[in-house]
Design a protein around this ligand. Sequence first.
Ligand code: FMN
Length: 157
Amino acid sequence: MFGRNKKALVVYHTKTGHTAEAAEAVARGLRERKFQVVVKRVSEVSPGELEGCAVLAVGSPTRGARPARVVKRFIKGLEKKSLKGKAATVFTAYAGFRGRATLRRLRRLLKRRGAKVVLRGVAVKAGAPLSLWKGPQASPEDVARLEELGRKLAKRA
Ligand SMILES: Cc1cc2nc3c(=O)[nH]c(=O)nc-3n(C[C@H](O)[C@H](O)[C@H](O)COP(=O)(O)O)c2cc1C
């Protein structure tokens, strides 16, 4: 559609790389739908970058059944006006338990900041529990679910 904002921001935190890989998969899905996508760590995002985007996807590793503290702080630090009307979703890498709890918390944080959370998000199993050792990768099926999340998010923008 002419003139439609097709910019997306995919932000994440990672320690051992699994959530970064998940972020790239979400970005691939968005790009398939002709979005211009910036993929960045939460620590590298400036508030202005968010303002120009129609959609936002936020990813975090699951840590103690929750999102990582830096991701929570990132969302809480966003101004409501910068999230208003933006279609948003979430994703997490978890090693075995409570990935969906992380998704729930991320969604709630985004809603509180005024984002329009349009999809429940995807939790992919990857990595080793309670360890900084890089464990198994996400399965091809899970990678496909992340790509699909990106495509669906593009549709909901
Ligand atoms: C301090 C810490 C706490 C973790 N807590 C959980 C947890 O509650 N549930 C779980 O399934 N995995 C947990 N994990 C494993 C990570 O979620 C998993 O390895 C994930 O793939 C890491 O993502 P990353 O490579 O993006 O850092 C924990 C890992 C660490 C280091």
